[in-house]
Ligand binder design. Structure first.
Ligand code: ADP
Ligand code: MG
Length: 707
């Protein structure tokens, strides 16, 4: 291997030793020289610029500044244990105050009144005057000699490492030393045709520029090159995997389009399908008629009409003499599906049944019997569907509504109910950001309904700060006067958190105060209630007997009350974007204009402000999902915890590098079209990289296989 030097463990490096090496591993996952070289700076300091004091103002672009000034005097202030050293300095343009809070004996000894120094640090401002806490400093003569400091990398580190002498500066030194050892041995690892066509900086140069940039342009090109070096093999592996699965998987062939499907389409369809619905039906028919097993994710915003698409797939299964199962995350949702699907299929002679935890014993027995001999064509239910006694005659299609509520194990159990893996369709309203669709879910087939049925009025969203609470109350009163209903949702992150619990109770009190009985009727629903009580409360609201439903996020999935036109989300800043979007989707289901009111504290963080403003600006779930990932990073996105790590990406960032990833995907496809197994000698370097990545991921690229 040409890169053996990169595999050298860091513990062999000068000044590291076993103890620090093990901390570098546990804290930053850095084991080898190669790992350290991919630990590129999070920021760079331009130490070439010398400011004048009056140029340093609040909001200066650079987080750090450097200036030359003369020391005017010292003072030590504060009580015994909280002493601080305060040093007054000036240049011809103004004054600055330097502060040390602990261990300042050294600074006190080294700084002489009347002498000039170069000071360096992060500026802060108190009452408009400049101060710097714990600045670095060097006497003027000395720093003139080493004026070539240039641009300096700032490396991320941790408190534990810093305490062990591995702060950002020490890391910088270590990188410098390791780089000088490695540099002579670094070889290009991408094919020449690729570095040419993508205009990639050579590998040695890229590492060097990433750590010690000579210009911002060179730095950009270096980072670009190093990211592509990670993303291209990743996408090659992903694409190979997907193609492989397509070739090998065997599935039931639904080759007939028969009476059930056709009669439904021509006689029963309650409305014309949207273009997007037609397209995805076509995609799924192609899957199920290909002889391969369908493994498809159907994404579509709340209200985009996924159910009917699922139903058409189930009718196709029936035309081919197969049974289908539709699994919903809650009892209420299962009931809803059962009702609407039964209605839509009326007169077609389809035997549809519902099976949930609350199905009575006698009914259970009947269903189990009819399922086993094939009389039931469509079974709708909850988790109860995967219980052991449930045996199908010939299960050909499984549809899962709202994927994230079901674990992999539960799904596997359902597949086990069929001789051969049935076709799988997972329907979700939680949009998957594009980068994840290309990577974490890269080997799944994805269909998208990206169009709402015509005539929907987009929900209007407003942000109201705590100080204007009465406006919100007044607005709900207006809507109720028009005959509408309102939801009020409180955050309850863990249902055991007593503090959050109080929020809901206080909120209910506040609402009862403003909306007293008998003029108004209100109901409270939360996760600590029994299922029966919850259902009862929801039903009261659904029936219209109650105008205000106060709840926690238990209503996130499921309820459909078209007459409800207002969704108030309390402490909205505490919810993630995708959850806010899901909650908002509970309204806007009827013909009336609907509204979402986000209540927030008067002072909220920048990220929160960004998040809530985005909610006001757009109702596009995909756009919000992208932003959500940008704000929270990839680690927090539902179902993908640790996936960033599992991807083994050190430099590329799935939350941000969407465009690069897209480019890498296109490149990978192009290469594999010409050379499916990467067996051409020119592609040998790529084959090696993919192999290396596969090994480091435990032998597989697949993270998302849903069957
Ligand atoms: P979701 O994608 O959130 O599951 P549903 O399937 O529940 O959405 O559909 C939401 C509502 O829109 C339902 O009342 C459904 O009957 C209706 N709907 C679905 N497709 C269309 C369409 N093409 N035109 C008009 N209404 C539609
Ligand atoms: Mg739905």
């Amino acid at each position: 291997m040409i890169d053996t030097i990169l595999n050298t463990p860091l513990k062999f490096s000068k000044g590291v030793g076993v103890r620090r090496a093990s901390l570098l591993e546990s804290e930053l996952c850095l084991v080898t020289y190669g790992d350290l070289l991919t630990h590129i700076p999070i920021r760079y300091l331009d130490r070439t610029k010398l400011y004048r004091i009056n140029e340093i103002v609040e909001g200066t672009e650079n987080p750090y500044v450097q200036f030359r000034a003369k020391v005017l005097g010292f003072a030590i202030a504060g009580a015994a244990r909280k002493q601080r050293l305060s040093v007054e300095v000036a240049d011809s343009s103004g004054f600055a105050n330097l502060l040390w809070f602990q261990r300042f004996a050294w600074a006190q000894r080294s700084i002489e009144v009347g002498r000039e120094y170069i000071f360096f640090g992060r500026p802060s401002f108190y009452n408009g005057s400049l101060s710097i806490v714990h600045p670095e400093f060097e006497p003027i003569g000395l720093s003139a000699e080493k004026s070539a400091v240039g641009v300096e990398g700032i490396y991320s580190t941790t408190e534990i490492l810093t305490n062990e002498g591995m702060g950002t500066k020490a890391l910088y030194k270590l990188v410098k030393q390791v780089w000088s050892e490695c540099k002579p041995y670094i070889r290009e690892n991408l094919p020449e045709y690729m570095t040419q066509s993508l205009n990639l900086m050579p590998r040695v140069e890229a590492y060097e520029q990433a750590h010690f940039p000579t210009s911002s342009e060179a730095l950009q090109r270096a980072i670009y090159r190093l990211k592509m070096e990670e993303l291209i093999p990743l996408q090659l592996g992903m694409t190979q995997n997907k193609r492989d699965r397509h070739e090998k998987s065997v599935g039931y062939n639904f080759e007939n389009v028969g009476n059930y499907f056709n009669r439904f389409y021509t006689e029963k369809l309650p409305f014309p399908l949207t273009g997007a619905q037609k397209r995805v039906v076509k995609e799924m028919r192609a899957d199920m008629g290909s002889g391969r097993q369908m493994n498809r994710l159907l994404q579509g915003d709340v209200g985009s009409g996924k159910t009917i698409v699922g139903l058409m797939c189930m009718l196709l299964a029936l035309d081919n003499k197969f049974q289908s199962a539709l699994m919903a995350p809650t009892e209420i949702l299962a009931q809803q599906h059962y009702r609407s699907i039964s209605e839509q299929c009326e007169g077609l002679g389809v035997n549809i049944a519902i099976f949930t935890g609350s199905t009575r014993k006698k009914e259970r027995e009947r269903i189990l019997a009819e399922l086993a001999d094939g009389r039931i064509a469509i079974l709708i239910g909850t988790h109860a569907l995967i219980e052991d006694p449930v045996q199908f005659y010939k299960l050909g299609l499984v549809i899962i509504d709202e994927q994230h509520r079901f674990g992999v194990k539960q799904r596997a159990k359902l597949w086990g109910k069929s001789l051969q893996a049935p076709h799988i369709l997972v329907m979700t309203a939680t949009p998957i950001p594009r980068t994840l669709a290309m990577t974490v879910y890269g080997d799944l087939d994805v269909s998208k309904i990206d169009e709402l049925p015509p005539g929907r009025k987009p929900i209007q969203t407003f942000l109201i700060k705590e100080g204007q609470r009465l406006r919100m109350i007044g607005f709900i009163k207006e809507q109720i006067a028009k005959g509408r209903q309102a939801y009020l949702v409180y955050p309850l992150i863990k249902e055991s958190e007593t503090m959050d619990f109080a929020n809901l109770e206080q909120g209910a009190e506040m609402i009862l105060h403003h909306f007293p009985a008998p003029e108004y009727a209100t109901v409270v629903v939360h996760g600590k209630m029994s299922n029966e009580d919850k259902d009862y409360g929801m039903r009261l609201f659904a029936s219209g007997k109650v105008q205000i439903l106060i709840s926690t996020t238990v209503i996130e999935v499921g309820v459909n009350v078209p007459n409800a036109s207002v969704m108030v989300i309390e402490s909205a800043e505490r919810f993630g974007l995708s959850q806010l979007h899901q909650l908002r989707g509970r309204v806007g289901r009827g013909a009336e204009q609907s509204y979402c009111i986000l209540m927030s504290g008067d002072k909220i963080s920048n990220d929160s402000e960004k998040k809530l403003n985005a909610m006001c600006r757009t109702t596009d779930g995909f756009e919000l999902a992208e932003l959500d990932m940008e704000i929270r990073g990839i680690g927090d996105i539902e179902g993908t915890r640790q996936s960033g790590q599992a991807m083994n990406l050190r430099i590329a960032n799935l939350a941000k590098d969407t465009d690069l990833l897209e480019l890498a995907t296109i490149e990978a496809e192009k290469i594999l079209n010409a050379d499916p197994n990467l067996s051409h000698p020119l592609n040998k370097p790529l084959k090696d990289l993919v192999e290396k990545m596969r090994i480091s991921r435990g032998g597989s690229f697949s993270l998302s296989q849903i069957s």
